[in-house]
Write a protein that binds this ligand. Structure first.
Ligand code: ZN
Length: 218
């Protein structure tokens, strides 16, 4: 009786479909999320920058990330970060102990949202892998939104001034973490700053990318 009562009290609704659940996502949405997982998360690891991606940015995964970022569901980062970490460990791409650096948000945006979703994802990632979490490794000194009206060349130039080195342990290779990877411009800008400071960068690991699963269509 007490168990049933406790379950009833603890039940919340699934942020994606509103069904009652005691987990972060209901079983059905978890299954849908699983369908967005890439068969080969390391398929982009040979490109520059090296990219590791858990899933395809569509359907349930896209909606989960939107809930995380825009609808005050920071708890979803734990699920996404742990999924990413387990895939990363399965792929065995980095044997060194790594410094995990999330792509920072501009301070103003972080204050508005109350958290940086990439940092929450990277924290969950480190809980699983045991790597060193360095959430202050990079600082964003310029908001990227201001760059939308610029030409591609101007934008690339301005992106070089978006990040600054923060506090970081310099003797470990860095794995960057972000929620989404699209053009790679942000990742390249972050990597450039780390390289300028003689810090080795292994690559970037993200929850989702809209670049389709190449091997599944070939
Ligand atoms: Zn659901």
């Amino acid at each position: 009786m007490l168990d049933r009562l406790l379950n009833f009290v603890l039940q919340k609704s699934c942020p994606l479909c509103d069904r009652a659940t005691s987990e972060l996502l209901c079983r059905n949405c978890q299954r849908c999320l699983e369908r967005d997982r890439l068969t080969h998360p390391a398929q982009f690891w040979q490109q520059q920058p090296r990219l590791f991606a858990w899933g395809n940015y569509s359907d349930a995964l896209k909606r989960t990330i939107a809930k995380l970022k825009y609808d005050q569901h920071p708890e979803l980062a734990a699920l996404l970060g742990e999924n990413l970490a387990r895939s990363w460990l399965d792929a065995s791409l980095g044997r060194d102990k790594l410094a995990i650096v999330p792509i920072p948000l501009h301070l103003e945006k972080q204050q508005q949202r109350g958290y940086n979703q990439a940092e929450l994802v990277s924290r969950a990632f480190c809980r699983v892998t045991g790597d060193l979490h360095q959430p202050m490794g990079l600082q964003r000194i310029r908001a990227t939104e201001a760059l939308f009206n610029l030409s591609p060349r101007e934008r690339e130039r301005m992106l070089n001034q978006v990040f600054e080195l923060g506090k970081i342990q310099p003797d470990r290779p860095v794995l960057l973490i972000d929620d989404i990877y699209t053009t790679g411009a942000t990742a390249r800008a972050a990597i450039q700053v780390l390289h300028r400071n003689r810090i080795r960068v292994l690559g970037i690991a993200v929850v989702a990318t809209p670049i389709s699963d190449l091997r599944s269509v070939l």
